[in-house]
Design a protein around this ligand. Structure first.
Ligand code: MRU
Length: 346
């Protein structure tokens, strides 16, 4: 299996694959300070809920390095301010806030220590968050493989692979696991307008590993589902509320609704860090609205009339009633979600 490093921290720099340039160009974006990290997350040089969580954690490592020579008081003030800015760089994927919170807890725990010691503690925590992500995905993949029938055609949306995580992926990790365990699966990848993560990233990742993939315009999916051409749908998540309502890439809700109409199993694959135990339902999830240019232009070329009004939400919420199961590193959560998700807190 070819391996790529979506995120790599070395020599006090953070290196990210520049996902805006794939598949034409595999180039690396270097973050020298936390503002570079904020830029990379906002501009979607790095994207995908788990990947932006890990990136945010390293953003705080870079902030600590940048401010290390300030007085202790100023140092803490500056990294706390950086934590706030990093945590707000994209609003929907809770993994970002979750990772920043873990780093803030480390700052709090080490507040009597020297600036250097705080830096070391933050670096160690970011390394742990990074390592855990890969292990988590392998575990999601093993549980998820149980629901994939032999010879299945699997529909997926957006990119949930190595590029969206530290490695292996969530929904795409399950697809990898099913492929490498010899199940003879086929993948249908939605192109995922407007940013085309399915076309640019998922198709690229799967083709690197010779996993059979067919790319479709998003609007083809309902026809395939109706005609019995899809055995199972597996998608990722950006935030899951306590009742199982799930925010994921725009277009997910439409798929789930059609899957329900035609009795096709619809699974969400995500680490427990994607569950926001503080919110009761999907209505409380903040949905990011992105720039009009993502809709009016493709690869920098205008395709819509100048001045047209645009509405461009990056995510939608799939109601829990449409979800067959949520595949996590601890197993598959089945309805009733309120009860079965709250059990995880115990
Ligand atoms: O806007 P993006 O590309 O960051 O959106 C990504 C998704 O919606 C993914 O499905 C989700 O983050 C899960 S990634 C394992």
């Amino acid at each position: 299996m070819p391996s790529i490093n979506t995120i790599e921290f070395k020599n006090e720099r953070l290196y990210l694959i520049d996902q805006r340039k794939l598949p034409e160009e595999l180039s690396i974006f270097e973050c020298q300070n936390y503002k570079d990290v904020v830029f990379a997350i906002k501009e979607m040089i790095v994207r995908g809920a788990p990947a932006i969580g890990v990136t945010g954690a390293y953003g705080l490592v870079l902030a600590a390095k940048e401010f290390i020579n300030l007085s202790k008081e100023e140092f803490f003030r500056k990294i706390k301010e950086s934590a706030q800015i990093i945590g707000n760089s994209r609003p929907t994927a809770v993994n970002l806030m979750w990772a920043v919170k873990r780093m803030e807890d480390i700052i709090e725990k080490n507040k009597s220590k020297s600036n250097e010691e705080v830096y070391e503690a933050l670096l160690a925590e970011a390394n742990i968050i990074e390592k855990e992500d890969l292990e988590t995905n392998k575990s999601i993949a093993r549980f998820g493989n149980e629901i994939v029938p032999k010879n299945a055609t699997i529909l997926t949306h957006c990119n949930t692979g190595t590029l969206a995580t530290v490695g292996y992926g969530t929904a795409l990790g399950i697809i990898r696991e099913a492929h490498y365990s010899g199940k003879n699966i086929k993948v249908i990848a939605d192109e995922t307008r407007p940013r085309l993560q399915g076309a640019k990233l998922t198709a690229w990742e799967l083709m690197q590993e010779k996993i059979p993939v067919t790319l479709i315009p998003d609007s083809v999916a309902p026809v395939l589902i109706r005609d019995g051409k899809i055995d199972v749908i597996i998608v990722g998540a950006d935030r899951i509320a306590s009742n199982g309502d799930t925010a994921n890439k725009i277009g997910t809700y439409m798929l789930s609704q059609i899957a329900k109409d035609f009795n096709v199993p619809f699974y969400v694959a995500a680490p427990l860090s994607t569950i926001d135990f503080d919110i009761k339902c999907g209505e409380q999830i903040v949905i990011e609205e992105r720039d009009a240019e993502e809709v009016t232009h493709i690869n920098g070329v205008r395709i819509a009339p100048e001045g047209v009004k645009v509405y461009n939400p990056a995510f939608d919420v799939t109601p829990h009633e449409n979800i067959t199961g949520i595949i996590t590193e601890k197993g598959i959560i089945k309805p009733p979600y309120v009860k079965n998700i709250s059990r995880l807190l115990k």
